[in-house]
Design a protein around this ligand. Structure first.
Ligand code: CA
Length: 182
């Protein structure tokens, strides 16, 4: 955490935006004090399959509870949680919802890369936040955006009405929603 005097909230916001590790700031309108919350410690987190002796660490952050196993991805501004047990799509959706989140939306190259690093390299097959439950054949991300045709694995989607949910191996694959995935 660093505090400095600035001319206004915009300057404070700018300072945070320019700081590679600032993710939250506070501005006092009376004293003009700008406080940037810069994580400076790492905490161990659990995610996926690690080799013997390997430990995964995440930067502590004011809003992403890494102490409870969440992972904060600074570069893509994502706070994610990965389940250690398999679940159907409905169960995965509700597990995310209970934590105030949702299945991950792979919007943007950086997010794809970040999720790949965390899950695919560890061999985790998980549900992502897209399905065609509303209109069969029209896959939609849970943020309302249509799934781009170029995001599919070759020959996918191929499940017609039998595969309405989506997983990823780096590209998208439609699967049956009753499958037990992470
Ligand atoms: Ca398929």
């Amino acid at each position: 955490m660093t505090t400095s005097s600035t001319t206004g909230v915009d300057t404070c916001a700018d300072s945070c935006a320019r700081h590679p590790r600032c993710s939250i700031f506070k501005f006092n309108t009376i004293t003009s004090l700008c406080t940037m919350f810069v994580p400076d410690t790492f905490l161990p987190v659990s995610s996926g399959t690690l080799l013997s002796g390997e430990r995964l660490y995440a930067m502590t952050n004011g809003w992403c509870p890494v102490e409870y196993g969440y992972i904060y991805l600074k570069n893509v501004h994502m706070c994610i949680w990965t389940s250690s047990t398999l679940a159907t799509h409905d169960s995965a959706v509700s597990q995310c919802g209970l934590r105030g989140g949702r299945l991950v939306v792979l919007a943007g190259t950086q997010r794809w890369e970040a999720i790949k690093t965390l899950t695919i390299k560890h061999g985790i097959r998980m549900y992502v936040g897209a399905d065609d439950k509303a209109v069969d054949g029209t896959f939609v991300w849970n943020n309302g955006h249509l799934v781009n045709d170029s995001e599919w694995n070759p020959y996918e989607p191929n499940g017609l009405s039998g595969e309405n949910c989506v997983t990823t191996n780096g590209r998208l694959i439609d699967v049956a929603c009753g499958n037990a995935l992470f």
